[in-house]
Ligand binder design. Structure first.
Ligand SMILES: Cc1cc2nc3c(=O)[nH]c(=O)nc-3n(C[C@H](O)[C@H](O)[C@H](O)COP(=O)(O)O)c2cc1C
Length: 364
């Protein structure tokens, strides 16, 4: 039924300005009465970062920035939902238009710039649903005009520890000038030291909240050596690979839109982000699990991420082009792949192609 509604409304939504369509989708999720979801097949269950995920398919950050509909999204079949990016204070983000669909490429470019309602309002919403169950992570970032960006992350850890299933430290958005400099070795070392210290301080009240680091797919491999080394040194619980890209593959067909500033996501990001995932997997040496994100829009693309090293996956742009039905489709394909391989969990697939992938020529 929901799938049908989704299919019927998609042509209409696609005719709207992308940001208006997104606002409408959030409204619909808030208003639509949704049935209890059918339980996921047991073989899709994943344990990672000390959390039990009913299935490995999550909603990536940026769709529900202000935690307006995490429970509706869980009911639609996601195994987990990441809200945010949230900054300490509300901010408007960049001027519109700032969100572009590259229809012919099934890609998206955004330069939203952390538009969000601020920590207080998002905390109130998450506190209200605190007993509802389900895994809801909080993606945190710094205010654009903050004099102490690392301090913003610390404040947000303190603010959300009681209600966050996990934290994502987002240092990889291309749309806040200078933010990605926090991935540079010295800055990252300092940031993660402060973030982990904050997590330890609040732990007696909130319990252990996993902290994940979300990186850009545009890092050089020598940057990645440093980033993974520092993440391991601070015993980060996991990494998300990755955010949108400032690169523009030469294969893009929507040439005019491709010139818009911002981060590219969706199908044109798949190859680069999957290669970076494999590169991260071989460097992490199973010290922590990875979440693979970027261009997932089908069962095969999700399986490729798992084989490149993902324990869990997330998607956003795939929803724009494939609708919510893609989540069920991915889960069904995962079950089929498990049956075909006579496996009872996804664990043995994780990273099985990573080493081979890192030997291939660099994706264009
Ligand atoms: C419109 C839009 C807004 C996004 N906002 C955020 C954000 O606030 N924080 C973040 O960490 N990632 C954000 N992302 C990045 C996604 O979480 C994801 O990493 C990226 O889009 C790649 O996945 P995809 O190809 O499935 O979309 C955003 C992506 C899009 C398309």
């Amino acid at each position: 039924m929901i799938d049908l509604l989704d299919r019927l409304s998609r042509p209409f939504m696609r005719a709207l300005d992308p940001e208006d369509a997104h606002g409408l989708a959030i409204k619909a999720l808030q208003l639509m009465p949704l049935p209890r979801p059918i339980a996921d097949p047991r073989e899709l269950a994943v344990r990672a970062f000390g959390l039990n995920f009913p299935n490995p398919v999550g909603l990536a950050a940026g769709f529900d920035k202000n935690a307006q509909a995490p429970d509706a999204l869980l009911k639609l079949g996601f195994g987990f939902v990441e809200v945010g990016t949230v900054t300490p204070r509300a901010q408007a983000g960049n001027p519109r238009p700032r969100l572009f669909r590259l229809e012919a490429d099934q890609g998206v470019i955004n330069r939203l710039g952390f538009n969000n309602a601020g920590a207080a309002l998002v905390l109130a919403r998450l506190a209200e649903r605190a007993g509802a169950g389900g895994i809801v992570g909080v993606n945190i970032g710094a205010n654009r005009d903050s004099p102490d960006r690392a301090g913003d992350y610390v404040r947000l850890i303190e603010t959300f520890a009681m209600v966050a299933s996990y934290f994502t430290v987002n240092v990889s958005s291309p749309n806040t000038p200078g933010l990605r400099d926090l991935q540079e070795a010295r800055a990252l070392d300092d940031l993660l030291a402060r973030v982990i210290d904050a997590r330890e301080r609040v732990q007696p009240r909130s319990g252990p909240t996993p902290v994940l680091l979300k990186i850009a797919p545009d890092l050089t491999l020598s940057d990645l050596d440093d980033v993974v080394g520092i993440a391991r040194k601070h015993r980060i619980d996991g990494m998300i690979v990755g955010n949108t890209s400032i690169s523009r593959p030469g294969t893009l067909r929507e040439r005019d839109k491709a010139r818009e500033a911002g981060g590219l996501s969706g199908r044109p990001l798949f190859k680069l982000s999957t290669r970076m995932l494999a590169e991260t997997f071989v460097r992490a040496e199973s010290a922590f699990p990875l979440i693979g994100v970027g261009g997932i829009d089908s069962g095969p693309t999700a399986i490729a991420k798992i084989k490149a090293g993902a324990t869990l996956v997330q998607l956003y742009s795939g929803l724009v082009y494939r609708g919510i039905g893609v989540v069920g489709e991915i889960k069904a394909d995962l079950v089929t792949a498990l049956k075909r391989g006579h496996r009872d969990s996804l664990a043995s697939m994780i990273g099985s192609d990573a080493a081979d992938m890192t030997a291939e020529s660099w994706p264009e």
